[in-house]
Design a protein. Sequence first.
Length: 343
Amino acid sequence: MIRVFHPQALIALFFLTFTLLISGCGQSDEPKELYLEGKTMGTTYHIKVFAKQEKLDTLNLLPEITELLKDINLSMSTYIKESEINQFNRLAAGEVMPISSDFRAVVSESIRLGESTKTLDVTMGPLIDLWGFGPDKKPTKRPTDEALASMIAKIGVDKLKLTEQGLAKTIDGLELSFSSTAKGYGIDKVAELLESHGLTNYMVEIGGELRIAGKKPNEQDWRIAIEQPDAEPGTRKVHHILAPGNNGMATSGDYRIFYEMDGVTYSHLIDPVTGMPSRHDLVSVTVLHPSAMTADGLATALTIMGMDKAQAYAEKNDLAVYLIAKSKDGLVTYSSPAFKPYL
């Protein structure tokens, strides 16, 4: 018997929305809130900006943000037939494809993180499909060891060749998927757009990942909640609230997307080295980093590592990381030295 669980969101992080009450005196130098929302990359985005009213009156941000996110989606969505990523996925081995600056930025950081962590691999979409976690896929049986070994031989960022001329693959059939980095990149680009207009107090969120800068009115810090990973199904509870400072923030976990088959639970987070779904004690990873794209990729990579390896990697690389793991006595947590100032 197979039971499949597909919650509507992949979000291991959610943010608390606080209602801002501005005193009725209405002075022009008081910061005002601009709130924008919409859909992108198969999910939603929410943006809050605080600035003087006269500054906000000079801007028309929504069309700019809409166009920016549209361009990124047209480049990196595997759901758009002629997207840049799908053109590359159809490319034969050895052919060099010129790529846009956006695509180059994401593939370059994805390769760097893949080589550094060994657990983030933007080429392993076919492996995810094999386990029944891809779009419109349904698990029927566990893949055989032979099928896994064959698939592992056909993936890997080492089979990508990025040069000044463009991007190539060394084997036919190699495919890219930026599900662990594209949202974060979109957040970073929106943040850059806001800052280009002189806006320095903002929160940008896409699909649960965030980037925050500056303050709220009255010098209030932005306060963001990490979700309790062992909350009852269908409910959400706050595990901890922190002040992330001027950082991107991403949380990943194995408790939202999974299925049970023949009495075994399989997570959607798959180790590209073994080809197996992660079965570690680590259930939630939160990463703070100046780049939301980097935070996004690292959160996924560290979750697959497990508690001990993730802790060692965070300390070796001086990363701001907060880990939650399951134990026989309940949840245990770890905050890296670089994370402690934000608690």
